[in-house]
Structure formats: C-alpha cells, structure tokens
Design a protein around this ligand. Structure first.
Ligand SMILES: Nc1ncnc2c1ncn2[C@@H]1O[C@H](COP(=O)(O)OP(=O)(O)OP(=O)(O)O)[C@@H](O)[C@H]1O
Length: 484
C-alpha cells in the first residue's frame, strides 16, 4: 500500500475516540475523530476518508440514520457501526442500512483493526439493501432476547444473513431458540413477503417424508387419493425450515441432496420437474458429524446444508441472559392473561444456578408456572427452588444410588450387556439399540411423573412435543390417560 488510508471516527465518548485514534495511527492509518454527527457528515460530503467508524447514540444525530445518507452520497465509502445498545434491532438496522460491519461495544481493539482491514480490502461495490415493501420495524418487534457475547455474535450473523439467500444450519440443544432464529432470518430477510413453511422430520412418519416435502401425484402410493402439494411448493418465494434434519431417513436425504444440487424437484410419482424457489434453513439438536461417522447422515448433504452454521449455545453457557429472558417470558405470560410478576434477587440467583437442560423453553415454562400458580406478586427464591425440584426429577437421579454418576452407572450396565453378547450372535445397530434402551425408561418416567400429560412430559424432557409423540409411537410406549 502506498498512501495511508484515512479513517473517520465519530463518537461522543472522548475515551473511545482516543483509544481508537491511537490504535489506528499505530497501525499506519490517518485518523480524524469528532464527537458530532454533523462534523462527520461535513467530512463525508467533502470527500474525505476511506472508512467511517461511527457510534449510534450521538448528541446531534443517530449514527444509524447517518448510514443510508452516507451510502447515498458516497456509495463506495465503507461504514462500521459500533453500539453499546447491543440488541438484535441495532445489528439488523446497521446491516440493512448498508453498514459494512456492526460491532457491539465493548469490543477488543484487535477485532476492530481486523474489521478495518477487511473493510478497506473489500471490493468497492456499493451494496445498499432494499428495505422492501412492508418491511417490518427493523427488528423492534422481534423478541430475540439476550445480550451475552454469544448472542451478540449470533445477532451479527443473523443480521448479515438477512441480506442473502444463503442456506443456514442452526444447531443447538432442544429449546435454545433454533426455530426463532429461522423465523428471524425469514421475517427480516429478502423473502419476508413470501411464506415461512416449517417441517419437522422427527414428527412425520418416515415413509411420508418425501411426499410431505415434495408433494405427490394422485395414486402415487396407496392412500394417495388426490394430488398433494409438498412443502417445497408451499414455500415457493419464501423460506423452508427443515427442523430436526438429523432425523431425516436416508432415501429422503438422497432426494433432498439431488434437489439442492439441481435446483429442481419432482413430486412423488411425478415426472415434470419444478424449480425449487426456497431459502433453506435447517436445524438439529443432534451432532451431525457423529451421525455422519455412524453412516446415518450423508456427508455430501451435510456440506450442502452447512453453508453458514449458527450454533446456539445452551442457556447454561450464557447465564447472564437469564434475567432478561425471565423478564421477557414473564411479560409474555402476562400478555397471555396471566398475572403480572416480579422476581426477587434470590429468585434470580436460583435461576442462574440451575443447569437448564431444556434451555429457553424450560425457562419459559417455569415462568408461566410461577405466574399461574403463585399468588404473591414478587416471587422469591423458595418458590423457584420448589418449582425446579418439581419439574426436574433428573437432578437427583444424576447422583445415582450407588453414589457414582449416571454416566458411570450406565457404563457398568453396558459393559455387562456387551460381555453377555460377546460369544453370541454378532451385535448390530448397537448405537440405536442402546439409546432406545435408555430412552424408553426415560420417557416412561417422564410420562409417569406428569401423569401421562405429553405436553408437560415434553417440557420436562426438553423435547419438542411432536418429537415426543413420535418417540412414544416408535418405542410403543403405553399412552396413559391423564388423571383429572
Ligand atoms: N433468545 C431468545 N429470546 C426470546 N425467546 C427465546 C429465545 N430463545 C428461545 N426463546 C423462546 O423459547 C422457546 C423455545 O424456542 P424454539 O422453539 O425456537 O427452540 P428450538 O431450539 O427450536 O427447540 P426444539 O429443538 O425443541 O424444537 C420459544 O418460545 C422461543 O420463543
């Protein structure tokens, strides 16, 4: 590089101006810094600078409003927005208004310098994103709650992905918000005026999945009395959410792969190929790489789907989000007609200590229970402790009667199982069989504890309701009627 590039900084916080200026100067950039949006705007109009770094809240103007104005007069000028607000709405606004990058404060200087370098190296194409008709209020209404670093990173990624049609793979334990992310990608993406269609692979009988996905012709199979429209066709122009993709049977995987490769599909029993016009978001709580190793998931399909991976961390890895989420769920409970509640500090502390195997969904259910069952307006630690103990019998089971952990007990049991089979018939499908052995008593206990109430049992297990229903069928568990 021959000439030093100039970075324009606008932030009303003097300390930040100083730190940024010094760091950028040390890296060889020319720097001009100001506390006002008006001065920044004058510099931009005068044709100064190769890159802008602006804060959002400044005394004279909101930095986010400045971004589209800058892009209109100087489309090639890259803008980096930094903000202490740290909400999904801010990330979304910054990205959709044409910012090159959004950085939640506090950020580390190394990261900022890397962004500056990337911004200056990027080809000078002007990308001003259409706001589109019927654009929602840029994320204000979408309840993606949480300010942890992990969630900030997710907001940034999701915001950026709303300006593309790339395939996204969302992974995370049950109840971490995978479907919510898929909806955000749709509701704020380019296809928001099209349909959002979801299909859960775990909830549909295996033999029907292909026809559910791609549709079928009349008479394609026994019982196909009419032509059936598949989800690919329903989702045309919009987003197709393939939930629990790890549960997709092999034949359907092969067919899906072909559709993704060729961009067209045919209905079951049909001949005429149709264009696939969907953005795909897939999700799973299972470890797909492990399924690949076990030969249960196609590696080539995995790479087709895993274009942009988003990993949602379990709630226990972002306990700083718990107070906000709890508040959000209590507000939601109130909006649905339940009484208004507060949590006292001890209650919050108790929530932070819990392991949350069911993640955000478990927290949501707990908040609803507390709102519904407890008369007092301010909920204390004891109420939380009592409700958590009620809902999670596994907590005690983790310390088994033998004193060892559940894992050790299972290992002992399996070791004797394997020993017993050593000389007999070759053992096949061991993984599935062993899991089914653990699954069966687990589901039975959960159903017994909830008196056969599948909704409650699903929530206790942290499983999707449909997943539980399917498993009950597969494992042929007796369905007991709930007591009144
Ligand atoms: N960050 C979040 N902010 C607000 N609500 C959230 C958040 N994460 C999850 N939720 C809420 O928690 C519940 C569970 O989320 P969601 O259904 O998206 O999880 P999931 O990962 O798709 O679960 P599963 O794998 O069991 O289908 C929903 O009611 C969702 O709105």
């Amino acid at each position: 590089m021959t000439e030093a590039r100039t970075v324009l900084i606008a932030d009303d916080d003097r300390a930040i101006r100083t730190v940024l200026s010094q760091a950028l100067a040390r890296s060889g950039y020319q720097v001009r810094a100001t506390s006002s949006a008006a001065t920044l705007w004058r510099w931009v109009e005068d044709g100064e600078g190769d890159l802008v770094i602006t804060d959002v809240v400044m005394p004279d103007e909101n930095g986010l409003d400045l971004v589209p104005r800058i892009k209109r007069v100087r489309p090639e000028l890259r803008v980096v927005v930094m903000s202490a607000q740290s909400t999904f709405a801010t990330a979304l606004k910054a990205t959709q208004r044409g910012a090159f990058e959004y950085l939640p404060k506090p950020f580390d200087l190394k990261e900022l310098l890397a962004v500056v370098e990337r911004a200056l190296a990027a080809p000078a194409t002007a990308v001003v994103h259409e706001e589109g008709e019927g654009a929602p209020a840029e994320g204000e209404k979408l309840p993606l709650v949480g300010r942890s670093t992990a969630m900030q990173e997710i907001y940034r990624t999701v915001a950026r992905l709303t300006t593309t049609d790339l395939t996204v793979m969302v992974t995370g334990e049950s109840g971490t918000g995978k479907e919510l992310i898929a909806r955000a990608l749709h509701d704020y993406g380019r296809r928001r005026s099209g349909p959002f269609v979801a299909i859960n692979m775990a909830a549909i009988p295996r033999e029907l999945i292909e026809s559910e996905l791609f549709g079928h012709e009349r008479g394609a199979f026994t019982g196909a009395l009419n032509r059936g429209v598949g989800r690919f066709e329903q989702a045309a122009g919009g987003t197709l959410f393939l939930d629990e993709i790890g549960d997709m049977p092999p034949e359907a995987q092969t067919r899906l792969l072909r559709v993704l490769q060729e961009g067209e599909f045919t209905t079951v029993g049909g001949r005429q190929p149709m264009k696939a016009n969907v953005r795909i978001v897939a999700a799973t709580h299972r470890d797909l790489r492990q399924l690949i190793r076990q030969g249960m998931f196609r590696e080539d399909l995995f790479y087709r789907l895993n274009v942009v991976p988003i990993r949602l961390p379990p709630l226990r890895e972002r306990i700083e989000d718990i107070p906000l989420l709890a508040r959000h769920f209590l507000d939601r409970a109130r909006a649905s007609g339940l009484p208004s509640k507060q949590l006292d500090p001890e209650a919050l502390e108790r929530l932070k200590q819990h392991a949350w195997p069911g993640n955000a969904r478990e927290l949501e259910n707990l908040m609803r229970r507390l709102a519904a069952l407890y008369p007092q307006e301010v909920i204390g630690g004891d109420a939380v402790t009592a409700e958590l103990a009620e809902a999670t019998p596994m907590a005690e089971a983790e310390q088994g009667p033998g004193g060892g952990s559940l894992e050790q007990a299972v290992e002992r049991h399996l070791a004797s199982f394997m020993a017993a089979h050593r000389d007999g018939m070759p053992v096949r499908d061991l993984y599935e069989r062993v899991l089914a052995e653990v699954e069966r008593p687990l589901l039975r206990l959960a159903l017994a504890a909830t008196r056969g109430n599948q909704i409650k049992a699903a929530s206790m297990l942290g499983l999707n309701r449909n997943t539980l229903r399917k498993k009950i069928r597969e494992l042929e568990l007796p369905v007991v009627r709930g007591l009144p």
